[in-house]
Design a protein around this ligand. Sequence first.
Ligand SMILES: C[S@@+](CC[C@H](N)C(=O)[O-])C[C@H]1O[C@@H](n2cnc3c(N)ncnc32)[C@H](O)[C@@H]1O
Length: 262
Amino acid sequence: MSKRIKEITKERYAAVARAIRSNRAGSCCATGGCCGPRSYTPEETAGLPQDLALASLGCGNPTTPADLKEGEVVLDLGCGAGLDVLLSAKRVGPKGKVYGLDMTDEMLTLAKEYQQRTGLSNVEFLRGEMEDIPLPDNYVDVIISNCVINLVPDKMRVFREAFRILKPGGRLAVSDMILLRPVPEHLRHDVELWTSCIAGALIEEEYRSMLEAAGFVDVEVRTAQTLGSENLLDGLSSVELVERVMPYVDNLARGFVRARKP
Ligand SMILES: C[S@@+](CC[C@H](N)C(=O)[O-])C[C@H]1O[C@@H](n2cnc3c(N)ncnc32)[C@H](O)[C@@H]1O
């Protein structure tokens, strides 16, 4: 199941990246990503290509709770087209550095094109998986991620890797889909629901206990608004699937998670 989810996730986001490229002025929501309402202010995205803001597939804005400072080293797990990477690069400035990690080649191609258009040089995109991060131990000040951890089958491995590469005192700031209440087991095994950022979401308490088990302290899990049926309709391919999920739509919320490596 895990291998299949990874392959289908990669295929799905490769197709989303191709759709964004061929329809740059359009919204990513038409492409079936994990989109939600825009979480970025015009001031934050000023100076970045307008179509990049529309290419965001996240469910929040992790760069705000990350509280980035000049000169910091940042890693974005599952960076997609790179909006959070480029926003972070502006915040940490030329003395800082921001890495964007993604497993999907088509997303990385898109991200590098956007980087070239911004001229930001304190950025590097890496091809790889969050379960096996291609960076040394104790290397980054801050890890951010936007609507990706829910997509990963082995979340404990991601949390251990995040802990490994953070410097002592380093911070984790993640926007993600979070379950307020459990959903039936059969929905959790649906691959399309998984790649739509629904089936793989953790329950609030699971998120906290897994991060603590990986060694993190000061873990804070906050949920904001629930997904809402209109957003559900955007991402799913069949009426039958929408009908199966609809009774549980209020179980799923956008949220953010913060934690610290001691
Ligand atoms: C929902 S999109 C979010 C993209 C980006 N964070 C944003 O806010 O626009 C999920 C991204 O995570 C990537 N991804 C999913 N699982 C991954 C994994 N295990 N390792 C690395 N990247 C992954 C996908 O390729 C895709 O680009």
